[in-house]
Ligand binder design. Structure first.
Ligand code: CDP
Ligand code: CDP
Length: 237
C-alpha cells in the first residue's frame, strides 16, 4: 500500500462490519479501529458511576474524568482500557448494549470519541468501522464502503453467532431488536447512520464473509495500488 490510507466502513448492526474489517486489516496490513468499542467503553464508565442511564444525565461534564486508550494487537484485535481497567470483555455485556443509546446520542460524547479516533488514525493506515465514519469522522477517507444486509439476514447471522456460543435466541425478538437499533442509529441528530454519497454500497445479504472480504480487498487495492506494508503493534493513547 503506497502512503497512509484511511478506509471508512459504515452500516447497520449485523451487516458484518467488524468481522470483515478485521480480516481486511490483517490481509492488507492496516490497523483496524472499532469505533463502537469506544462508545461501549464510555457507556461502561457512566454505568459504573450512575447505574442505569437516561438522557437527563449531563454526560459532557464528566468526560474529563475518562482516560481511554486502545492497544492494537497484530492479530487484529485490540485491548480497550478505561482509567487503568481493561474493559475489552465487559464492554460486550448486554447491559452496555441496553444503555448505549443515550450515551451515543450525546453530542459531547460524540465529539470526545471522534477526536480520539482521529488522533489514533493520524499516524497509521487504518480501516475503521462504525455508523458515521465516512460522513463525520473521516469525510475525506480514501475509500468509503457502506455494508448492508436485510433485517432477516442480519437476525439470522446474530442467531448463528450466539448458537455457536451455545445460546439460543428467538428469531422475532432478535429481528425486533435490530429494527429498534436501526431506528435509533438512523434518527440521532448528530452522527446518524447514513450512507455517504461517495461510499461504495455493498448489499451482503447473499454474500459469505469471505466473499465480502475479497471484494473489499479488491476495492481498496484498486484505489491505492498493491504492495501492502506490514502493520506493527501500536498503542492508541
Ligand atoms: O453491536 P454492533 O457491533 O452493531 O455495534 P457496535 O459497532 O459495537 O456499536 C455499538 C453502538 O454504538 C451502536 O449501536 C451505535 O448506536 C453506537 N455507535 C455510534 O453511534 N457511532 C459509531 N461510529 C459506532 C457505534
Ligand atoms: O460489526 P457488525 O455488527 O456490522 O457485524 P459483525 O459482528 O461483523 O457480524 C455479525 C455476524 O455475521 C458475525 O457472526 C459474522 O461472522 C457474520 N457474517 C456473516 O455471516 N456473513 C457476512 N457476510 C458477514 C458477517
Amino acid at each position: 500500500m503506497k502512503g497512509r490510507i484511511v478506509v471508512a466502513v459504515d452500516g447497520p448492526a449485523g451487516s458484518g462490519k467488524s468481522s470483515v474489517s478485521r480480516e481486511v486489516a490483517l490481509k492488507l496490513g492496516l490497523t483496524y479501529i472499532d469505533s463502537g468499542a469506544l462508545y461501549r467503553a464510555v457507556t461502561w464508565f457512566y454505568l459504573e458511576r450512575h447505574g442505569p442511564l437516561d438522557a437527563a444525565i449531563d454526560f459532557g461534564s464528566e468526560l474529563g474524568a475518562i482516560a481511554l486508550t486502545q492497544d492494537f494487537l497484530s492479530d487484529g484485535t485490540s485491548i480497550t482500557v478505561v482509567n487503568g481497567t481493561d474493559v475489552s470483555a465487559s464492554i460486550r455485556d448486554e447491559a452496555i448494549t441496553r444503555n448505549i443509546g443515550v450515551v451515543s446520542d450525546a453530542v459531547p460524547v460524540r465529539n470526545f470519541v471522534n477526536s480520539l479516533l482521529r488522533r489514533w488514525a493520524s499516524s497509521r493506515s487504518i480501516i475503521m468501522d462504525g455508523r458515521d465514519i465516512g460522513t463525520v469522522v473521516f469525510p475525506d477517507a480514501d475509500v468509503k464502503i457502506y455494508l448492508d444486509a436485510s433485517v432477516e439476514v442480519r437476525a439470522l447471522r446474530r442467531i448463528k453467532e450466539y448458537g455457536e456460543m451455545g445460546k439460543t435466541l428467538d428469531e422475532n425478538e432478535v429481528k425486533n431488536l435490530i429494527i429498534q437499533r436501526d431506528t435509533q442509529d438512523r434518527s440521532r441528530p448528530f452522527g446518524r447512520l447514513v450512507r455517504a454519497e461517495d461510499a461504495i454500497y455493498m448489499d451482503t445479504s447473499e454474500m459469505t464473509r469471505d466473499e465480502v472480504i475479497g471484494e473489499m480487498c479488491r476495492i481498496i487495492l484498486d484505489r491505492r495500488g498493491a504492495d501492502p506494508s506490514p502493520r506493527q503493534d501500536q498503542s492508541g493513547s
